[in-house]
Ligand binder design. Structure first.
Ligand code: GRG
Length: 292
């Protein structure tokens, strides 16, 4: 039986969950808490939180049970963006159409905002009303996805690769860690919360893996297709021309065809679920056609 869902409603729900679970702006230290809220609220596509709700929906879990996990994964994502924007990394002035945290506040505050968002995310995840063994698995999943074999590792590989020619395999490995790991974790933590069995976990992981690559390929395509992608960039070590991308390696048509292949992998993975997976399918379609 098909069940109703709305990706936009889940994205809006994530915003409310964040508002509820982030430290209040009036709580001391106020400047840090205001900056954390500035970084995490009021922008972003909420892809990772939407994946949490959609995976729960496919497994029959109500969104109320997943609010803390949705907030936690968006907090980790927000931390990564704040640190990625720092002068020592991408040195960006704008994020989500507003000054980056180190511009709106200051650099030390931005470092602390990232540290606090990452750390607090684990406390927020632990607010989920779940059996302890599932919570432990969820916390471990989030930690591995964020740490040196996941997102931080991908960022380190990316920094080392600036100005270098990467093979397709190396580029894919970097993206699987840098952006793919957290996207996979979003699906996995909802799957753990929803008590998915081994076969379902494997199918969902294959889905998320293909979705993560599709997201990155589309990001590279958008970078060359839209002038707005360069807004807010300061020239320097992270000049887009210096960065290895799918378009640089495969050309426009090659990258588009690789994106279509990920779409097929998404469909195949979802077929193995033997459930109404239209919500996850809709996210796959949105990733391929998104314009920002
Ligand atoms: C600093 C530890 C550390 C990691 C940074 C994720 C990341 C690693 C950097 C992001 C750099 C970047 C702009 C990558 C391109 C793809 C990407 C992840 C974009 C941002 O994610 P979206 O598009 O952002 O989901 P919104 O704003 O919609 O939440």
């Amino acid at each position: 039986m098909k069940t109703e869902f709305s990706l936009a409603a889940w994205a809006a729900r994530a915003e409310q969950a964040l508002d509820q679970h982030l430290p209040k702006a009036e709580a001391e230290p106020r400047r840090l808490h205001q900056a954390m809220r500035y970084a995490a609220l009021g922008g972003g596509k909420r892809l990772r939180a939407t994946l949490v709700y959609a995976t729960g929906h496919v497994l029959g879990d109500a969104p109320e049970r997943l609010d803390a996990l949705a907030a936690a994964i968006e907090m980790i994502h927000a931390y990564s963006l704040v640190h990625d924007d720092l002068p020592a990394m991408d040195n960006d002035d704008l994020r989500r159409g507003r000054p980056t945290v180190h511009r709106a506040f200051d650099e030390a505050t931005a470092i602390l905002v990232g540290d606090a968002l990452l750390t607090e995310a684990f406390a927020v995840a632990c607010r989920s009303a779940l059996p302890t063994e599932r919570l432990v698995e969820i916390v471990g999943t989030l930690a591995r996805a964020s740490g040196s074999i996941g997102m931080c590792g991908g960022q380190a590989i990316d920094i080392a690769a600036v100005g270098q020619t990467l093979s397709l395999m190396a580029l894919e490995d970097m993206h699987r860690r840098k952006t793919g790991a957290l996207i996979r974790a979003a699906v996995r933590i909802a799957a753990i919360a929803g008590n998915a069995d081994g076969a379902e976990l494997a199918a969902l992981d294959d889905y998320a893996n293909a979705l993560g690559l599709a997201f990155q390929i589309k990001d590279d395509l958008l970078d060359v297709e839209s002038d707005s992608a360069t807004l807010g960039k300061t020239a320097g070590k992270d000049d887009a021309a210096n960065k290895p991308t799918y378009v640089a390696l495969l050309g426009l048509e090659g990258a588009r065809s690789k994106l279509r292949l990920q779409g097929e992998a998404i469909d195949q993975a979802l077929q193995r679920l033997q459930r109404d997976s239209s919500a996850l399918h809709a996210i796959g379609q949105w990733v391929a056609v998104r314009q920002h």
